[in-house]
Design a protein around this ligand. Structure first.
Ligand SMILES: *Cc1c(COP(=O)(O)O)cnc(C)c1O
Length: 414
């Protein structure tokens, strides 16, 4: 009786000591993350910038909420951007020079997230042409998507799923875009005939159970065109799930209207993958867009890109993924930048990406940990990269590493 009481006391003491250790681990992160903000934290400054952009563009609050107004008023004139941000003549010239090679455009909404010290702003750097894009290197299509297209608009790289590319249009053309070759000089939606050919290919191939509609940005199609695609896919019995690839929750949350949500709700199951790359992209507006999508039964995921100088930092990446869970977006992938022309300056060392995985696993919710992916060249597919948890392995003996770096031995005697 007495002995078991002592044991309990002892167990409690050990547990309390362990809890202190864990608390210190969490507190180290909290200290480092204390000065990383979202645009929900910064909403007053965001609203101020919104008012001044509306003034300059002669727009009303109602215009701001209208995604078509946002699209029509995308900023794509360097002199205008210069006036809004107070850029120098040299900067304006450089934007024009790079813009002749790679088109750019920024929705007024996305611009409103841009902080005053724009040179280092993750928003500015993702959206505004940079002279570094002219550094030679890479190729326009390292994935050879053109060679994995068995029908118009389709990329097929895997046994049971494929992509339909429905447009080259975006609310903002990411400077790290992997499909820059398609962006061209004008917005072009796929011709109805081509989408029809893609849908017929899917109907004729019974093993295709997962169809990913992307672009460009899938949600820049009109409601009517989207509904036509979704209803056609719904009538193909072997298509089990549909995915949408869109950055609109980040760059144009006004696109997520109640009318659009009514359409999406009618064709479940729909999985939507978006691309938040930095906590500053999480705003009240993007949260509202995600809330509406979740209410419509859409399942939200995030595909970040690991970008040098934007999110190549263990604390920023962890904060981003934790903040995404708060708005009900589940981190899915973290992508290594591909060898696409004009994007070399974004690439990080693979070791760094794996280090970020290491610093998340165990330290934070498994739900917050995406899979780090590098794409094999020539369309050979996604490869997951992980820190090594198997230290050594001989016959039935495994030496494994815990999330804290302790080596343990397991015998696999089955
Ligand atoms: C990324 C990709 C997919 C989807 O891959 P998942 O790992 O299932 O998310 C499908 N087709 C192509 C061509 C892709 O590049």
């Amino acid at each position: 009786m007495r002995e078991s009481a002592t044991n309990t006391d002892n167990a409690r003491t050990i547990s309390l000591q362990r809890a202190e250790e864990l608390k210190r681990d969490a507190e180290r992160y909290l200290l480092n993350a204390a000065n990383i903000y979202t645009s929900i934290d910064n909403h007053l400054a965001v609203e101020q910038r919104k008012e001044s952009i509306l003034d300059l563009l002669n727009g009303s609050e109602e215009d701001w909420q209208d995604w078509k107004w946002q699209m029509r008023n995308r900023i794509k004139d360097a002199a205008l951007l210069g006036r809004i941000l107070g850029l120098s003549q040299t900067e304006v010239k450089q934007i024009n020079r790079v813009g002749r090679f790679y088109r750019w455009a920024i929705s007024p909404y996305y611009l409103s997230l841009m902080e005053a010290n724009y040179h280092t702003s993750p928003i500015y750097r993702q959206a505004v042409p940079d002279i570094l894009e002219l550094i030679p290197g890479g190729t326009p299509d390292p994935m050879q998507e053109e060679r994995t297209s068995p029908a118009a608009r389709i990329t097929r790289r895997y046994p049971d799923r494929l992509i339909i590319n429905v447009t080259n249009q975006c609310a903002m053309f990411c400077r790290h875009c992997q499909r820059r070759r398609n962006i061209g000089e004008y917005d072009v939606h796929a011709a109805t005939g081509e989408i029809n050919e893609a849908l017929e290919y899917i109907a004729a191939n019974h093993e295709i159970r997962d169809v990913l509609i992307t672009g460009g940005d899938a949600l820049l199609l009109s409601d009517a065109k989207l509904e036509w695609i979704l209803s056609t896919l719904k009538r193909i019995p072997h298509v089990e799930i549909v995915r949408l690839g869109t950055r609109t929750p980040v760059t144009l949350p006004q696109r997520i209207t109640p009318e659009l949500c009514n359409i999406l709700q009618a064709y479940p199951p729909i999985y939507l993958n978006t691309q938040f790359n930095h906590p500053l992209e999480i705003s009240n507006e993007s949260k509202l867009a995600c809330d509406r999508l979740v209410s419509a039964g859409v399942i939200l995921g995030n595909q970040s890109v690991l970008l040098r100088g934007i999110n190549d930092d263990a604390v920023i990446i962890r904060k981003l993924n934790q903040e995404l869970l708060k708005i009900r977006v589940r981190p899915y992938y973290l992508f290594q930048v591909k060898e696409v022309s004009g994007t070399g300056h974004w690439r990080c060392r693979l070791e760094k990406g794996m280090q970020f995985m290491e610093e998340m696993r165990g330290h934070t919710s498994g739900l917050a940990v995406p899979t780090y992916i590098i794409n094999a060249p020539r369309g050979k597919g996604k490869i997951p990269l992980m820190p090594g948890y198997i230290i050594a392995h001989e016959k039935k003996d495994y030496f494994l590493r815990t999330w804290e770096g302790e080596v343990i031995q397991i015998t696999d005697d089955l």
